[in-house]
Design a protein around this ligand. Structure first.
Ligand SMILES: [Zn+2]
Length: 354
């Protein structure tokens, strides 16, 4: 708020100076200098975030699992009860105005974005924020600290211990012909552009939550490769590799449908440089959640279009690096590839709340 007020003042001063210059009286320094603006901003910020009065309280925090297995997405819900003092209300209003989210969540010291949960879903009249924490097979098992801070100073920070548990992922042996194994070996060097194009949208942070309820399977085919599986290519163990998604085996031409509502943000074609992913589609589900569909035959959607849950996106194929017709579905949370099972509510004891 301070920032906006100050910006208003600054332009006001500039305008006054202009008019004075126009009258030939020369420039006059305004009362609102850069330095004063900065000081005011920091005073307002300190007031808005000062922990006074009600600061002995802790916010209501619900964590879907403090013992996640590798690959699991953890949801952290933070609900903020009404401030107890008039000053608390002032603080909350200032912070709501100045920040997108009142809640700061860090996991192992790294910030995790949080977004307000739709009110119709919560049926409560105070705000609830949710942070989604991705874990992957690349995260070593062990203890982590989840920290929740509320900006408006009405609550004290909370530290919640979590432990990432080891998940037993299978291994798979893949034998590729000379042409395709050559592609794989050259991946980092030759296909940097393709990789960076795909990676860019996987890190999208859109405020709107487009998905609603558990995700559904994007194909009727059988799962041929599970999430997290490790691989040997032509007998050689692929270091730092894990299968970033689920593979569904089905006949070429079988439908691929959207597991949840979203917006198409990427359509890649094999004949336009997508040699690894083949014909592929990237979907943004909002709030840092994204899906990737690879090796398609036909693509039936365009970049920018909104899709609903169950809508046909294209058909199964074997474009890009594929040993046969199959769909590869990768699910990403803040750019990390997570196990889709939790999102489909199929993982026993590890359910995500929607
Ligand atoms: Zn795959």
């Amino acid at each position: 708020m301070a920032q906006r007020a100050n910006r208003g003042r600054a332009t006001g001063t500039a305008r006054r100076e202009d008019s004075k210059e126009a009258k030939g009286k020369g420039p006059v320094g305004g009362f609102w200098t850069e330095e004063r603006g900065r000081k005011l901003r920091s005073v307002v910020h300190r007031l808005a975030t000062a922990r006074l009065g009600g600061a002995k309280r802790e916010p209501d925090v619900y964590v879907t699992s403090t013992l996640p297995v590798q690959g699991q997405t953890v949801a952290v819900f933070v609900s903020l009860a009404k401030p107890r003092t008039p000053f608390g209300w002032v603080q909350r209003s200032l912070c709501t105005f100045a920040h997108d989210s009142l809640v700061c969540v860090t996991f192992d010291g790294k910030p995790v974005p949080s977004y307000p949960v739709k009110r119709s879903k919560t049926k409560r009249n105070y705000p609830i924020y949710r942070a989604l924490i991705p874990t992957t097979p690349a995260d070593p098992p062990g203890e982590r600290v989840l920290e929740v801070r509320v900006l408006d100073g009405c609550f004290r920070p909370m530290k919640i211990p979590c432990t990432i548990q080891k998940q037993a992922f299978g291994t798979q042996h893949i034998w590729l012909g000379k042409d395709k194994s050559g592609l794989l070996a050259d991946r980092r060097r030759k296909w940097k552009k393709e990789d960076s194009m795909v990676r860019a949208w996987q890190h999208l942070e859109t405020r709107e939550q487009m998905w609603d309820g558990p995700f559904i399977a994007p194909s009727d085919g059988v799962i041929t490769t599970q999430y997290g599986q490790q691989r040997y290519y032509n007998g050689k163990f692929a270091e730092n590799y894990f299968h970033k998604g689920l593979d569904y085996g089905a006949d070429k031409g079988a439908a691929v449908s959207s597991p949840a509502a979203g917006r198409v943000v990427l359509v890649g074609k094999e004949d336009r440089g997508f040699k690894l992913h083949g014909n592929c589609i990237g979907l943004d589900h909002g709030q840092g959640v994204a899906s990737m569909f690879m090796h398609l035959d036909e693509v039936r959607v365009k970049v920018g279009s909104r899709v609903s849950k169950g809508q046909t996106l294209g058909t199964i194929g074997d474009t890009g690096i594929a040993t046969g017709p199959h769909l590869h579905w990768g699910l990403f949370v803040h750019g990390s590839c997570v196990d889709p099972y939790v999102w489909m509510n199929k993982s026993k004891g590890h359910r995500l709340l929607f």
